[in-house]
Design a protein around this ligand. Structure first.
Ligand code: R5P
Length: 310
């Protein structure tokens, strides 16, 4: 078995290799003057079980193209099996047609990865579980919830915790955390009654006096999160902390979070945190290296991956 990585998340790839007690495979991924990507695999992969780690995070298109070209290079070097490991699967939010004459880009990206030559996909907290069906190759979708739950247990008195979904779409994810922690569940319901009117945030559930734990898959602009936190505090919550798997954190998101009323935003390293995150006083990063490393090991040994979540 050999593990390679593109440029999107070298730190996580190295931590995964550390867990697996393997050196990160030698590969050069560089740019020609016109920004075309060139890949060279620096060691023999003939007959090997190869894992390529690459999050398709910002700059999304460059990282996606790096992944596709790496898969092609490894396939043409006669690897026995290729698993594309995407700790963060970009384009996942484009999983259906939001209107007439629009694409389903998540499906297109799944086709590209398959067509490039991947035999399997391993990913984490897909925006929608159904995206697994966009691939006609085996796809394992890992869940960060056990890691997040462990962190909540270490930092909070569970008797006073209320798990909260920041929108109606995230209830299934929030329920999974509430179940693991044996805590109650609340929901922030965002409504705009008439076009042009501002959104009203209704909190479903009694959050007064509670330490609220918001859970979501993605924090991008930070809008969903900060608005939900404000609504919870207005409804009497004692504190609001957010646990979010993928810290996309575009534009001014880090500044928005640092100046918000959030006690803390906890994200994972599925996307390599920019330097602004490291200096933010209320953002903390926890690692998925052991989870992904264990899933890679089990895939390679043909052992159960789902039992990681029992
Ligand atoms: C939406 O369906 C996702 O689960 C997230 O809630 C959303 O992507 C967060 O985006 P933002 O931080 O820009 O509000």
């Amino acid at each position: 078995m050999k593990v390679f990585a593109g440029n999107s998340n070298r730190l996580l790839a190295e931590a995964i290799c550390n867990y697996l007690n393997l050196p990160l495979g030698k590969a050069t991924v560089r740019r020609f003057a016109d920004q075309e990507i060139f890949v060279e695999i620096g060691e023999n992969v003939r007959g090997e079980d190869v894992f390529i780690i690459q999050s398709t995070s910002f700059p999304t298109n460059d990282h996606l193209m790096e992944l596709l070209i790496m898969i092609d290079a490894v396939r043409r070097s006669s690897a026995r099996r290729i698993t594309a490991v995407l700790p963060y699967f970009g384009y996942a939010r484009q999983d259906r047609k939001p209107g007439p004459r629009t694409p389903i880009s998540a499906k297109l990206v799944a086709n590209l990865i398959t067509e490039a030559g991947a035999d399997r996909v391993l990913t984490l907290d897909l925006h929608a579980g159904q995206i697994q069906g966009f691939f006609d190759i085996p796809t394992d979708n890992l869940y960060a919830v056990p890691i997040l739950a462990r962190d909540v247990k270490e930092n909070y008195n569970l008797n006073n915790v209320m798990v909260v979904s920041p929108d109606v779409g995230g209830v299934v994810r929030a329920r999974a955390l509430a179940k693991r922690l044996d805590c109650l569940l609340a929901i922030v319901d965002k409504r705009r009654d008439r076009p042009g009117e501002s959104e009203v945030m209704n909190v479903i559930g009694e959050v007064s006096g509670k330490d609220c734990i918001l859970i979501d898959d993605i924090v991008d602009s930070g809008g969903t999160l900060c608005n939900a936190a404000e609504a919870l505090l207005k409804n009497g919550a004692t504190s609001v902390t957010a646990y979010i798997t993928h810290g996309v954190l575009s534009g001014g998101a880090v500044a928005r979070v640092t100046s918000s009323m959030l006690k803390e935003l906890v994200i994972t390293d599925s996307i390599q945190p920019p330097t602004a995150v490291q200096s933010a006083h209320n953002i903390r990063v926890i690692s998925t290296a052991a989870l992904i490393g264990e899933a890679i090991s089990r895939t390679s040994q043909e052992e159960s991956v789902s039992s990681l979540f029992d």
